[in-house]
Design a protein. Sequence first.
Length: 385
Amino acid sequence: MKYTLVSVPALGQSQNTLLNIKSKLAPFAETHPFNIPEFKIGTLDALVLLSDDLTKHDNAFEQAVNKLADILGNLVKGQPDALVQDFLLVNDKTVDQYVNTFQWNSMKYRTDKSLQETTSMLTQEMTSMDNLIKNKMNAYTQNKNALQALQRKQTGNLSVKNLNGIVKKEHCVLNSEYLTTLFVAVPKTQYKQWNNTYETLVSMVVPRSSVKISEDSEYGLFSITLFQRVVDEFTHKAREEKFIVRDFQFDEDALRQQERELLETEETEREQQTELIRLSRTNFSEMFSSWVHLKALRVFVESVLRYGLPPDFTCVTIAAEPKFEAKVDQTLVEQYGHLGGVHGMNKQQRQENNEELLDHELQSVNSTGYRPYVQFELEFDLERR
């Protein structure tokens, strides 16, 4: 969704100006009034400084809103029948409806406050909401990573998965002062090599102690008995032969503890996801609304700087399909080009001059983003979500 905010001088005829724009653009785009109240203006120098600040804030707001929409989209992606658009509402309206029917919230942002105060209030609110979502998202991500690590231990091959529940008490030498049991993941293609070499990798391995406990598509899990004093040496020699000695100590309570930890982590992840979705929906509404209010401030400030005092301008939102954007731009330049330089020349004047030179100049000016009237873009990429 891309909206172009355009402000032009009204010359005391705001309604006629609006109707004129709508009629000119009707074949190419939807046009709606973008109502901006009058604010306390202050000095020209203050407006110039505020204009620079608003540009920076606008970029930051855009990034925050789109990042939150991405977060929300990822959170609901796996849910059945969940459409991201249903979650991205602003004051219970779709983004399109909210922009096209925008009204300044004078109860929350009083117009008798200075422009600088209103800007500060908007940025503080946006920063607070953005930080809240960041903190919640970080906590959720940490727990989700912990859950994925636990799940990998449950589902990986025998070289990595948790051995609780696979290794039984009868597979182990327990409570021995000298002997211990190791568990080794051996690639299936190396069974013969394992059986031929495990007794001689180091001294003090109990002969014929290797027992295959389990097997998957890649590895077999073997137990062997050896003296505790040679465990480190055996582990090193086994690694050289591509045998993987698992770090595992039998514990009768470990399996129950593992299952309990997995269940608790899954429950925490579900609770955090639900809370994060709720917060994201609420904060998206507030953050998008704040962004549009900031856009309104930008339009007002730039219109005063461009057209002078007292404020007398008409602002509209224009939504056009990409294939008609160039036509919309051309129509506006032809209609309001008299506000700046060569754009104001009509066809006859252009023919009387060097048309090729003028076209080149127009193209050059357009490439810089300059327009003879106030224009800003409000772009929210809903489609990719």
